[in-house]
Every structure is written in C-alpha cells, then in structure tokens.
Write a protein that binds this ligand. Structure first.
Ligand SMILES: [Ca+2]
Ligand SMILES: [Ca+2]
Length: 282
C-alpha cells in the first residue's frame, strides 16, 4: 500500500505539473496571440489609416485645389480673352449693326485739301437723344498753324471748321430751308455742332494746340427770321480732340433725336491759295 500510495501521489503530481504547464502554455499562447492581434489591429490602424485617409486627402486636395486652379486660371486668362475680344468686337457690331453699318461713311482722300480738314471716315450712332459721332481726318497733328498771314482779316475770316449738321427728324422739308452754311449741307437740318477757329486780326501767326484755339458750339435753328442763322441760340459744347488717332469725337444730347435722325458733316479750311475749301458728305 505504501508503494501504491507513493506512485499514486507521484502520478497526480506529474499530472498536475503537466496540466499546469499546459495551462501556462495555453495562456502564454493566448497572450501572444492577443498581443499579435493587438499589433495587427493597432499598427495598421494609425499608420495605414493615416496614409490611406490623410496622405491621399492631402494629395487629392492639393490636386483639386492647385491643378484645377491653375487650369482654370489659364482658362480664365486664355479663353475669356478671345471671348472678350470677340465680344468687344462683336457685341458693338450687332448692337450697332443697324446703326453703324448704316451710319459709317468713308470719304475719298483729297490732296487739294489741308490734311487737317480732309475727312477720310465718319461714323455716328445715337444713344437715347445723345448723338456720338467720330470724324477721322487724313492728319490731325498735335499742333497747327493759326492766324495764317494769308487768311483775309475781316468778317469772313474762318480758318478752320469741323462741323456736324443734324436733321433731327430725318426730314429735309423741316429745319433750315436753304443753305445756312457755306454749302447746302445745312438744308433741312435743325441743329449744327462744330469746332471752329476764326483768324484774329491782331494776332501773329502762331503754332498751337487745336484744343487751345478752337471754340465749340451747338446751335439750333429756331425759325426763318433774320438772315438764315439769325434765329439761332448757342450752347457750350465739347468736342474731344485725339491727335494720336487723327480723330475728333462729337458727343452731345439733342432734344428729339431718334434713330431716324440724320447727321451730315462739313469741314472747312484754307488751301494753298488761301481760298476757303471744304470737305462734305456726298
Ligand atoms: Ca476727304
Ligand atoms: Ca429736318
């Protein structure tokens, strides 16, 4: 019995040791697996998530914000430019097509005229009751000669004139009934607008800017009384002088102006024989 009891005890101890060893192994394995699982779950989470979510986001954001911006900027700068140019060139064209095409006139060069009064192109359009007219001349230098010695002093001392005659109702039977200017340009017109200079009796010949010398006015034909233009009243007016473009711009509101209004031009100056010479719309 003692031997059996000892064997039995030894066997139980061995079994207990083995079982505890197994339990430890299992728990160690469980710990290892658990730690691995934590590693598997933890490591990818911060790193991969950050990479997947953050880096592409930054990259995409940069791409979305930067590249398209550049492209859009390029588009904004390039595409609208031709579009705007087309608009700038086309919009006024359709807008003014009926007016501008009907109201643009080219005038032949005339070497017998002083270049400053030789009209080469004329156009006008009407905005509300405002008439805007552009007169292009063969040459319009920064300075011109005034009080030319040969210009006769006296009543008829007109030296330069750039004028418009306005048939406000488009009816030649109303307005000035006869030539109220040097030529027939004024017949049927209700207004004139001009910039003119009359040679001064007491002044020497002088070279000066046109803007310093010219006087602008608008006159209305008010009736047949007096000597043709005797029934006029005058208003101050402004004419824009652009020597760099050889251009004069007339801009003024005329009561009653409509799309039926007709505008005619007439310029005057002195030729080499010092005779008064004109350029008029045909
Ligand atoms: Ca001409
Ligand atoms: Ca008229």
């Amino acid at each position: 019995m003692k031997l059996d009891n000892k064997l039995f005890l030894i066997t139980i101890v061995i079994i207990a040791v083995v079982m505890s060893a197994c339990a430890m192994t299992i728990s160690i394995a469980a710990l290892v697996m658990n730690s691995r699982a934590q590693q598997v779950e933890a490591q990818p989470t911060p790193e991969d998530t950050a990479q997947v979510e953050a880096q592409p986001t930054l990259e995409d954001t940069a791409q979305v914000e930067a590249q398209p911006t550049l492209e859009d900027t390029a588009q904004v700068e390039s595409q609208p430019t031709p579009e705007d140019t087309a608009q700038v060139e086309s919009q006024p064209t359709p807008k003014d097509t009926a007016q501008v095409e009907a109201n643009v006139f080219s005038d032949p060069l005339d070497e017998n005229l002083p270049a400053v009064i030789d009209v080469v192109n004329f156009s006008y359009h009407i905005e509300g009751e405002e008439i805007v007219a552009e007169m292009f001349l063969r040459d319009l230098p920064e300075t011109m000669v005034f009080n030319q010695n040969q210009v006769p002093k006296g009543e008829n001392n007109l030296e330069y004139k750039w004028g418009l005659y306005i048939d406000i109702d488009g009816n030649k039977d109303t307005g000035a009934p006869r030539s109220c200017s040097y030529l027939d340009t004024a017949i049927g017109t209700e207004y004139e607008m001009d910039a003119a200079y009359y040679a001064q009796r007491d002044e020497e010949t002088v070279e000066d800017k046109l803007s310093n010398r010219v006087k602008c006015h608008v006159a209305e034909y008010t009736g047949p009384s007096g000597d043709c233009w005797g029934g006029l009243f005058f208003q101050r007016a402004k004419i824009i002088i652009k020597p760099d473009e050889n251009k004069l711009i007339f801009r003024h509101e005329f009561p009653g102006a409509t799309q039926n209004t007709k505008v005619y031009y007439q310029t005057a100056g002195r030729n080499e024989e010092y005779d008064l010479v004109f350029d008029v719309m045909d």
